[in-house]
Design a protein around this ligand. Structure first.
Ligand code: CTP
Length: 405
């Protein structure tokens, strides 16, 4: 695919280098178009070496090639990272005073802006209006991350990490449309990752969930405008998604407490976590040693079912019209195939939607891609095509939208 990476003049321009790399490493043809001020931060030679293509900022280079028209027309995706307040203002008003803004005017493909600026600039009414205009024109303007900005400031306005921009850009290539802002004003709780049930201070019972699917759910929901709380179990090495509040927990009990607390007043809960069904009855205070008191078996007790508890609380009228989404990882066995087990699980759990993944043989767990089925309490069944975990998340959210009260 032909990808244009536009780079605005901000300190985060150095992160555009990693983004360019990700696109070239995944086989895309990348053209980098910096603004003149971006070159104050990163040299032209760096972008040329990383992309393998010439880099210009103005419209008067290679004039016979008419690049200010051609690059935009031929692009499959344009990603602007970092998108500064000034660059978004120029893009929103349709200026064409450099190669990047001219390219934006001729592009008919999906366009993503990844903003980076100081919090005051992000929250200024002029920027808010420009972001609204760009979205109304069909562009996707990402929510920025919160955290350390240049200098001592912290707050929303930080460039989302290159992995996150790449994930969202790839999602737009897969979807081939802009990301809807259909979850604005909604509160969504997502659980992710596996829980760990301690045996002693160094050992635990765990599972193979990496948290990637739950993180993708949280990320895509936030970028569709939702206020998202992510209850994360074991998710080592995953970057917190931009504009998402992350609550870290370890055990199933802690996850249950956090989910219950944050579901009050929420519009939807998505239980993507792999919650342990059992925990050891006895947790040793000190490390279990070889020798005299070697345990030869581990006695287990059942953990409560968080999802079933939510459904029951809703039935009891405690959670309003909360929409509830469950996940099922199934292998199929002598009693039935994956879908037979999944249909029974949906009926048993009583949630509104059940995302079904066939697991085993390297599928679903730990990998970056996924597929499966989406079963609705109303009897609808939809297959979820193979693609990134962000694509699967996006399809689930497409189905969730109409269920929100
Ligand atoms: N779940 C939960 N609390 C538990 C166990 C599971 O909330 N103690 C949720 C998971 O987050 C998931 C759904 O229930 O959304 C299904 O999980 P799964 O482990 O497949 O279901 P189980 O009821 O444990 O069924 P199985 O007998 O297949 O283990």
């Amino acid at each position: 695919m032909r990808i244009v990476v536009g780079v605005g003049g901000g300190i985060a321009a150095y992160k555009a280098c990693s983004l360019v790399r990700k696109f070239t490493e995944t086989g895309h043809d990348v053209r980098v178009i910096p603004t003149e001020s971006a070159l104050q931060f990163v040299g032209k030679a760096t972008f040329e070496a990383l992309s393998g293509n010439p880099v210009h900022t103005g419209v008067f280079a290679d004039v016979p090639e008419v690049p200010h028209v051609r690059i935009g027309q031929e692009a499959d995706l344009v990603v602007i990272a970092p998108a500064t307040a000034d660059l978004m203002a120029r893009a929103a008003s349709g200026r064409a005073d450099d190669l990047l803004t001219a390219t934006l005017l001729t592009a008919r493909c999906p366009v993503v802006f990844a903003p980076a600026m100081h919090t005051e600039m992000w929250e200024h009414p002029a920027t808010i209006a420009n972001v609204a205009t760009l979205r109304a024109h069909g562009s996707t303007v990402m929510e920025p991350a919160s955290g350390r900005l240049t200098g001592a400031d912290t707050g929303p306005g930080r460039l989302p990490e290159p992995e996150e921009i790449f994930a969202l850009a790839s999602l737009l290539l897969e979807r081939s449309d802009a990301l809807p802002r259909d979850l604005e004003g909604r509160r969504v709780v997502v659980s992710a990752g596996g829980t760990r049930e301690p045996l002693d201070p160094v050992r635990f019972l765990g599972n193979r969930s990496s948290g990637k699917q739950g993180y993708a759910m949280a990320r895509v929901a936030a970028q569709r405008g939702a206020q998202v709380t992510l209850i994360a179990g074991n998710t080592i090495g995953l970057e917190p998604p931009a504009a998402v509040e992350v609550v870290h927990v370890t055990t199933a009990e802690q996850m249950g407490t956090a989910v219950d607390k944050h579901s009050v007043g929420a519009d939807a809960v998505i239980m993507a976590a792999a919650v342990a069904d059992f925990r050891p009855v006895n947790v040793a205070a000190a490390k279990i040693k070889k020798g005299a008191h070697e345990p030869n078996s581990i006695e287990l007790t059942k953990n409560r079912d968080i999802l079933a508890g939510l459904v029951q609380a809703r039935r009891d009228g405690q959670l309003g019209g909360l929409a509830i989404v469950g996940f099922a990882a199934e292998t199929g066995d002598e009693h039935g195939d994956v879908l037979t087990h999944a249909r029974a699980k949906l009926a048993r759990k009583g949630c509104d939607l059940l995302v079904v993944n066939a697991v085993g043989e390297g599928k679903a767990f730990e990998v970056d891609n996924n597929d499966g089925w989406l079963l609705g309490a109303d009897g609808t069944e939809q297959s979820l095509d193979h693609g990134s975990k962000a694509l699967l998340a996006s399809r689930v959210l497409d189905a969730l939208g109409p269920l929100l009260r």
